[in-house]
Ligand binder design. Sequence first.
Ligand code: FES
Length: 181
Amino acid sequence: MDAKINLIVNGRQRTVTTDPERPLLDVLREDLQLTGAKYGCGEGQCGACSVLLDGKRVFSCRTPASRAEGKKVLTIEGLAKGENGESLHPVQEAFLAEGAFQCGYCTAGMIMAAVGLLDEKPNPTDPDIVAGMNKNLCRCCSYPRIAAAVRRAAGQGSQNTQHAATDAQGTPEAQDAKGGR
Ligand code: FES
């Protein structure tokens, strides 16, 4: 039986009427038109659906909507600031600067995992980065650039500057870093 679920999505109070067991990912994508989080495996194994729930990364494909009752949900669409989202989050900037994507399918989930990691550990070691990001899969194997982006966002500079994405800005894949596809 459907139920009313109240949640705060990207700072905005929202109410949906849905099956409480329905995946949060479906509520975000289908009911709230927030399509940044992606359906990947549907089993919580790839990380493409990652969002933050009360600041902690969850796999929204495996999170029942009822678990979000009264909680804050942060998706990739809620990261940028400014009236038109013109001020990107430092992690988004770092992914763009490092060109940390190819097809871009994993990017929103990667960025949300990185935001969760850096909120918890603002100055992560390389093992921290591996541990924090290893539940997110990139089928294009952009892992070195992704790790470089996390280091850059943490203010540790880039060890991958030869890949700095002079050509990445404005590509369709770059839109995934902003939640725009
Ligand atoms: Fe293609 Fe990660 S899955 S960039």
